[in-house]
Design a binder for this molecule. Structure first.
Ligand SMILES: [Zn+2]
Length: 357
């Protein structure tokens, strides 16, 4: 099995050695010793330092928060606040609010949308589904909306940029919005209030903060992952700067529970604060590493005989990334789960951000 961690081919290595009559110290000497388990690849080969068993288990604190998934339905459905339910199959999340006049649904992940209708009917018997709200335009959160196709008088609410994106890139199964907004929007229905505000922390189009003030419940999909460090590249954000600024924005809302669309648990304000601290720590760690970036590049380029600037640049990035990941894993391994899985990715994302900003 080829190891991606060995990023310079053996051919290059041999060629470099042969081309130097008086070789300088190995360029590898200038690089920190490789850190294990920083997520470049995962091996199934026994004895490999990146064997999956060498990665840390989820922390007990994280595991203890996870709800039981009903083996029959494959879902967990629970009433978070009176009339407000959240649904998960363990990876994605959706929610629905029952009102005097019908049901408002938030997102329809394709991974369990086919079960969502029966869950709603079970917990809101006899009530019509009247609204489906899209958090953002990504297929993995709204791609199951087709299951609502035959529901009469259903309003599908989304930001106008999401509607445009769906029209331009729509995949089969995603229902087109019927009610769009620009700056902000309110759904006042059945004695309940849902506020929608555009935001920017993840999607390349627009994100939507969905806020239920009476329930102090906030939906910000693909933002944090309670109990865990963020998914790859800080939740696959399209804008790292906006992602970091988002924590302060969201903490201005008066909420006590946040649904972030992923992992099986709901979060609280503390989860947002910890996620902010983590992102800031990665940013500051990278920032320290980048102070010597150009000097390190010069040393590396020289060791590469001034033959391949791209390779020297990559090697310099790798060195800063490895140091950052080692520090971050050390500081966070007891606080958030799966930091050894994603720290490398977070450090690399932040390095690129730092180079460009
Ligand atoms: Zn997304």
């Amino acid at each position: 099995m080829k190891r991606r961690r060995i990023f310079i081919s053996a051919g290059f290595w041999i060629g470099l050695s042969l081309s130097l009559a008086h070789p300088v110290n190995s360029w590898a000497d200038a690089m920190p010793a490789p850190q294990l388990n920083t997520g470049d690849d995962v091996s199934l080969i026994a004895g490999d330092p990146n064997h999956f068993s060498a990665f840390a288990q989820e922390l007990p604190e994280t595991l203890s928060r996870m709800p039981a998934i009903d083996p029959e339905s494959g879902l967990h459905v629970s009433e978070v606040k009176p009339g407000l339910f959240y649904v998960t199959e363990g990876v994605y999340q959706s929610a629905f609010l029952t009102t005097d006049d019908g049901v408002i649904v938030f997102d329809a992940p394709p991974s369990f949308a086919h079960k969502l209708l029966s869950a709603i009917r079970q917990h809101a018997p006899g009530k019509a589904i009247r609204y489906l709200v899209y958090s953002h335009g990504h297929h993995d959160h709204i791609g199951g909306s087709g299951v609502f196709e035959d529901i009469e008088e259903l309003e599908i609410v989304a930001h106008e940029d999401i509607a445009e994106s769906i029209a331009a890139n729509g995949r089969p199964g995603i229902l087109a919005p019927t009610e769009t907004f620009d700056v902000s929007h309110k759904i006042s229905f059945g004695g309940e209030l849902v506020k929608l505000a555009p935001a920017s922390f993840h999607s390349e189009d627009v994100d939507t903060i969905i806020y239920l003030p009476r329930q102090k419940f906030l939906i910000a999909v693909d933002s944090i992952t309670p109990g865990e460090v963020p998914f790859m590249n800080f939740g696959a954000t399209s804008d790292v700067g906006a992602y970091i600024a988002f924590f302060d924005t969201i903490l201005e809302f008066d909420f006590d529970t946040i649904l972030s669309g992923h992992v099986s648990v709901l979060g609280g304000r503390d989860d947002v604060i910890v996620a902010r601290e983590y992102a800031h720590d990665v940013r500051e760690t990278v920032s320290r590493g980048m102070t010597t970036f150009l000097d390190r590049f010069d040393v590396m380029f020289q060791k590469f005989n001034h033959e391949n600037a791209n390779l020297a640049y990559r090697a310099t990035i790798e060195a800063v990334r490895r140091e950052c990941a080692a520090e971050i894993i050390d500081r966070w391994k007891g606080r958030l789960s799966v930091v050894d899985v994603w720290a490398d990715s977070h450090c690399q994302t932040m390095i690129l951000h730092s180079i460009m900003h």
